[in-house]
Design a protein around this ligand. Structure first.
Ligand code: SME
Length: 158
């Protein structure tokens, strides 16, 4: 499995999606299906000062709404930058989703300087995420952002 192939397939699949919700569903599905280390894959969208869980693949998470001040998710959205945690049990910010989770990556979905949401991925393997994951997921976040921001524009424009 090559990340460049995953990204090309993602680009093609997202282009065909009629709206933001189907685009987010397809994005989490492709990432979960294609990358074995990705145990839990979800997208949170920012609503006010809370991150609200949207489409996900993996076990249900207790964290369906995360205030910006909490968790690795809140930290990434506040800092507007990708965060990789090699060992979640050594990070005081970590909000546990599953006891099997060992490492995590959170990638903000941005529209310019505005945070729309984020892609959150957990792995059952320690230090499962590196700069290749970061690069792939930042590209995916940019593709998803195009769909999500057009949804938000449609919401405010009659
Ligand atoms: N671990 C995240 C919470 C979300 S669950 O992993 C799905 C965090 O620390 O923000």
């Amino acid at each position: 499995m090559k990340y460049s192939d995953v990204l090309n397939d993602m680009r093609r699949a997202l282009q065909q999606q009629p709206d933001a919700n189907s685009a987010m569903e397809v994005a989490v599905q492709i990432l979960k299906d294609r990358i074995p280390d990705y145990t839990w894959v979800g997208i949170y969208l920012l609503e006010g000062d809370e991150l609200v869980l949207g489409p996900f693949r993996g076990k249900p998470s207790p964290h369906t709404r995360i205030p910006l001040g909490q968790g690795i998710c809140g930290a990434a959205a506040t800092a507007k930058t990708t965060i990789i945690v090699d060992d979640v049990n050594a990070d005081v910010r970590y909000l546990a989703c599953s006891i099997e989770t060992k490492s995590e990556i959170v990638v903000p979905i941005m529209d310019g300087e505005t945070v729309l949401g984020e892609i959150d991925i957990d792995s059952d393997r320690l230090a499962a995420f590196n700069s290749d994951d970061r690069e792939l997921l930042e590209h995916v976040a940019a593709l998803v952002a195009q769909k999500v921001s057009s949804k938000m524009r449609k919401t405010v424009t009659p």
